[in-house]
Design a protein around this ligand. Structure first.
Ligand SMILES: *Cc1c(COP(=O)(O)O)cnc(C)c1O
Length: 485
C-alpha cells in the first residue's frame, strides 16, 4: 500500500507494522478527529449546499493535490478527505435532496459500517465468521416472512445492491428453468431464452442479461398502461409470439416500485401469467420492498409472496449506508445449485455442522459483513423504527402531491409511493423545459431533483427519500420551483 519507508519516515516510523498501526496517541487523536467530523456532518448536513459545482479541473486537481508528496500529518490527510467529501458531493443526507432512491444514512447503520471495517469479518466461509453468517441468515429469514414466504422455505443472501441481487435472480431463474445451466451454460439450453419486464424496469436487468451471456436483446421491454404498470395484454401477446417464433420465455421481472415512477406492477396477475408459461417471477422491490415492513402499507405489495424471488435494498428506503442489497427466494437450495463450486483451499472447519458457506451460495467471495448495518439498526430501532420511516415518507409524499396540485402543476404518475413526476402544459410541448428547470434548481444549491421521461414527456421527478424531509422542505421546494418555472 505504501512504498517502504516513505510513510514511516515521514512520521518517524521505520517498520511496516508501526507504520500501519500509527502510535496509540496518534490513533486516539485521529479517532477523535474522525468521530467529530462524522458527527458534524451528521448533525449539520442541512447547512451545506445540496450539490457541488462540477468544476472537473478543480476537483481533479484537489484529488491529485499530494501526488508529489504527502500531507504533513495524518490529521492533515484526514482533513483533506473530509473536505473533499464535503465540498465535492451531492449530499443525499440533506433534507432538500429529492433525488433518486438514495437515503440519508441512519446513525446505527453508520456505526455498524465502522464496526464492520474494524473487525473485518471474512464472510466467505461460515467458520471464519459464524456470528456474522448467522446474523445475515436470520435477517434473510425475517425479510422472507415479512414478504409472506412460508417460514421453512426461505433462502437468500446479501448483495452489494439491487443490481447484484437482480443478476443473482437471473442466474437462479436460468438454473431453475434449465437444470444444468451452471455446468453447461447458455449453449446447453438449446433454445434462445428470453425474459420480460416493463419499459420502466431498472436497467440493471439489461446489464444482467448482457453479462450472463444471454445478451441484452433477450430482454423484452413491455409497454406500460396509463397507470405506468406493465400492460398485461401486451405481455401475454409477446410471450405467445416469442414462443411461436422458437424462443423460450423463462422469466418475468415485476417492478415493485419502479425507479422512475414508483409504479408497482400487478404482482398477483403476473404470478398467474408466469405460472401459465413456465416462467420464474422475480419482484424487483429494490426500493418498494420497504412497504412490506409497515403494516399500514404492506397491502400495496399484495401478491409479492407469489414471486419466486425478490430484490430488496436496505440502502434505499430503510436508510442504511451503501451498499446493502438482499436477494430472497422461496426456493431453498437453488442458490447453492447456482453458485456452488468445490474449492479445496477453503476452510473445512464447519464440515458436518449443516451450515451454508456464503461463498458457495452467492456471487461474491471474500466480502464484508453487509448485513451488520441492518442487524444493528434492527436491534436499536426495531421493526417499528423502519415502519416509521415508511409512514413518514409516505405522508410527506402525499403532502408534496397535494401542494404540487394546489400550485397548478400536473402530476403524471399515479403511484401511492412518495415519487412525483410532474410538469405543466409547457413541458408536454418542450422536452428541454424540465431539463432547464431542474438544472436551475440544482444550481441554486438549495434543492436537488431530477428529470424522468415518461410517455414521451420529460417530467420533473421529486422523490421523498430522506427521513428528515418533511412539510417545511416540501414548502421550500415548491417556492423554488414556482419561482423558477
Ligand atoms: C436502485 C434500483 C436497482 C439497482 O440497485 P443498486 O442498489 O443501485 O444496485 C434495481 N432496481 C430498482 C427498482 C431500483 O430502484
Amino acid at each position: 500500500m505504501v512504498a517502504k519507508n516513505s510513510f514511516g519516515a515521514k512520521f518517524g516510523r521505520t517498520s511496516a507494522n508501526r507504520c500501519m498501526d500509527l502510535t496509540e496517541q496518534q490513533r486516539k487523536n485521529l479517532w477523535g478527529l474522525v468521530v467529530g467530523e462524522l458527527e458534524n456532518y451528521y448533525a449539520n448536513a442541512a447547512r451545506l449546499p445540496v450539490s457541488p459545482k462540477l468544476d472537473k479541473a478543480a476537483i481533479r486537481a484537489y484529488a491529485e493535490k499530494y501526488k508529489n508528496g504527502q500531507p504533513a500529518s495524518p490529521e492533515e490527510a484526514v482533513k483533506h478527505v473530509v473536505d473533499g467529501l464535503t465540498n465535492y458531493a451531492v449530499h443525499t443526507s440533506h433534507p432538500m435532496y429529492f433525488g433518486l432512491y438514495n437515503p440519508r444514512p441512519a446513525f446505527a447503520g453508520i456505526l455498524a459500517d465502522a464496526l464492520t471495517a474494524g473487525f473485518n469479518p471474512q464472510m466467505a466461509a461460515w467458520s471464519h465468521s459464524p456470528f456474522a453468517a448467522e446474523a445475515e441468515e436470520y435477517l434473510i429469514r425475517e425479510l422472507g416472512k415479512h414478504f409472506g414466504y412460508a417460514e421453512n422455505s426461505i433462502d437468500g443472501c446479501f448483495a452489494s445492491g439491487g443490481a447484484e441481487a437482480n443478476q443473482t435472480a437471473l442466474l437462479c431463474a436460468l438454473n431453475h428453468c434449465f437444470p444444468g445451466f451452471a455446468q453447461k451454460g447458455v449453449l446447453g439450453i438449446g433454445a434462445s431464452p428470453v425474459l420480460y419486464c416493463s419499459e420502466d424496469a431498472h436497467h440493471s436487468v439489461v446489464k444482467a442479461a448482457g453479462s450472463s451471456g444471454l445478451g441484452m436483446e433477450a430482454v423484452r421491454n413491455i409497454a406500460t398502461g396509463p397507470d405506468l404498470t406493465i400492460d398485461m395484454a401486451q405481455l401475454e401477446a409477446r410471450i405467445e409470439a416469442d414462443t411461436r417464433n422458437g424462443h423460450r420465455p423463462f422469466m418475468i421481472i415485476a417492478s415493485a416500485g419502479a425507479t422512475g415512477t414508483g409504479a408497482v406492477d400487478p404482482l398477483a396477475a403476473l404470478a398467474q401469467t408466469a405460472k401459465k408459461h413456465g416462467c420464474w417471477l422475480h419482484a424487483d422491490a429494490a426500493y418498494g420492498g420497504a412497504l412490506a415492513l409497515d403494516p399500514a402499507h404492506k397491502q400495496l405489495l399484495a401478491g409479492i409472496d407469489l414471486a419466486d424471488s425478490i430484490t430488496f435494498d436496505v440502502h434505499k428506503w430503510l436508510s442504511m449506508p451503501m451498499g446493502a442489497g438482499t436477494f430472497v427466494t422461496r426456493h431453498p437450495g437453488l442458490l447453492s445449485e447456482t453458485f456452488n463450486t468445490l474449492a479445496d483451499y477453503m476452510p473445512k472447519d464447519a464440515k458436518g455442522l449443516g451450515i451454508t458457506d456464503p461463498y458457495a451460495h452467492t456471487l461474491q467471495w471474500s466480502r464484508r459483513f453487509i448485513g451488520l448495518k441492518f442487524y444493528l439498526s434492527l436491534l436499536i430501532y426495531g421493526w417499528d423504527g423502519f415502519a416509521a420511516i415508511v409512514r413518514r415518507q409516505m405522508a410527506t409524499g402525499r403532502y408534496l402531491r397535494e401542494e404540487l396540485l394546489r400550485a397548478g402543476w400536473q402530476v403524471y404518475n399515479r403511484t401511492e409511493l412518495p415519487v412525483l413526476c410532474f410538469g405543466n402544459a409547457g413541458f408536454e410541448a418542450d422536452p428541454q423545459l424540465a431539463i432547464d428547470v431542474s438544472q436551475k434548481t440544482v444550481a441554486t444549491g438549495k434543492a436537488w431533483l431530477s428529470v424522468y421521461r415518461l410517455k414521451g414527456i420529460n417530467a420533473l421527478r421529486a422523490c421523498v427519500t430522506n427521513y428528515q424531509t418533511g412539510k417545511p422542505e416540501v414548502d421550500r421546494l415548491l417556492e423554488l420551483l414556482n419561482g423558477i418555472a
